[in-house]
Design a binder for this molecule. Structure first.
Ligand SMILES: Nc1ncnc2c1ncn2[C@@H]1O[C@H](COP(=O)(O)OP(=O)(O)OP(=O)(O)O)[C@@H](O)[C@H]1O
Length: 253
């Protein structure tokens, strides 16, 4: 069997006496699209923060392509091919769309705040930026300040920033939160396109998006995964219906 893209073993997180993540084992394959769903407060964001080393775990390990990430800094994990977005919009509103993506590419390539003269001359960087703008359908918006884009376009830009470094494991935290139906469909198609051949790990509350995108789903309830499997198997699981999905699907209608 090939090495999983991401592997969690016995992962736990306590805040003080509160056990928030209570022993998670999960293996996510290469090029798999995996959704993590569950009620508010179940620990989904905390789990994301553990995987990306924003929080140190209280116990357990996270492995990326078989390599234990214990003790690494978030940027070191990023360099190993894992990139995440945040629930909050994370763009520079006064910079143009083009500059936002170029900046993300620069970071990915290890540049910091200097070298602007060099940057202007760097054809490779410009071409890389243009390729990402095409992928996220924002080529015709390239010279606008990012803050003037529509909400859905800003989220698309954020996805562009997340994929800019060429990571092969992409983590998206509620990518369609706050969107209309048409915006949600638009972003779902975009995610399918830009994660082709990559591993996607996504927290999402919109069940239409989850069932449209995910190869497998894990259901997190009170810090534990109560079910993992293909969408239809998870949907039919009585434990999942009782703990979450019954209410979540009803809320959609
Ligand atoms: N830094 C922290 N210190 C203490 N408690 C925290 C901290 N971060 C999260 N928690 C608690 O951990 C629990 C899980 O929170 P988390 O944000 O991970 O849930 P979630 O599943 O992402 O929720 P939502 O769907 O609402 O975003 C909550 O009870 C929260 O109050």
């Amino acid at each position: 069997m090939s090495v999983p893209a991401l592997e969690l073993n016995g992962l736990k997180k306590n805040f003080g006496k509160a056990e928030i993540i209570r022993g998670i084992d999960l293996s996510i394959g290469k090029a798999e699209r995996h959704a993590i769903i569950g009620p508010n407060g179940a620990g989904k964001s905390t789990l994301f923060n553990l995987i990306t080393a924003r929080f140190p775990p209280s116990a357990g390990t996270v492995k990326l392509h078989g390599e234990d990430l214990t003790g690494l800094q978030p940027f070191e994990i990023n360099r190993r091919g894992l990139s995440r977005s945040f629930q909050i919009t994370n763009i520079f509103p006064k910079m143009t769309v083009f500059e936002n993506v170029r900046c993300a590419l620069l970071w990915a390539q290890g540049y910091k705040y200097s070298f602007w003269n060099f940057v202007n001359r760097s054809r490779k960087l410009t071409e890389g930026t243009e390729a990402i703008l095409e992928q996220i359908n924002l080529a015709n918006r390239r010279d606008l300040p990012a803050g003037t884009l529509s909400y859905a376009e800003q989220r698309a830009l954020e996805i562009g920033i997340t994929i800019a470094g060429g990571a092969n494991v992409i983590m998206l935290d509620e990518p369609t939160a706050g969107m209309s139906h048409s915006e949600t469909d638009y972003i779902t198609d975009l995610i399918l396109k830009v994660t082709e051949g990559k591993t996607l790990i996504m927290v999402e509350h919109d069940m239409g998006v989850v069932f449209g995108l995910a190869d497998r789903i894990s259901v997190l309830v009170y810090g534990e995964i109560i079910a993992t499997g293909a969408p239809e198997a998870v949907r039919a699981d009585p434990k999942v219906q009782e703990a979450y999905l019954g209410a979540a699907l009803e809320a959609e209608h």
